[in-house]
Design a protein. Sequence first.
Length: 121
Amino acid sequence: MEKDNINNGVFLKVHISLFTSGVAAKLGKYLTTLLAIASYMDEKGECYPTQRQLAERTGTTKNLINRHIKALLDFEVDGKPIITRRIVYNNRGYANSIYTIHPISQVSIFHGEVAAVQKQS
């Protein structure tokens, strides 16, 4: 990997509780997509990736990413969504998705914190 492609100042935090709570096991194949979306996260938990960017980052197709996003939007931990999406339209009428990764996901960035989660069964 070229040194120019490494950003040593930004870290995505995957908290141990993602695994010890059982959330990762329940997410299964959708975990990679969640982390790919989260890799675009800002300090408020908002992310703006396109489906093409996510497909490239995960080595899959836009169709598969779309199915995974739909599953993630339905996924809840302790009755709370781990991710939500807002659709906004630009001045040309094209729709863009803005995702928010919530603290219950056990994924954060910068100085972000996560919410307590009950053990998943």
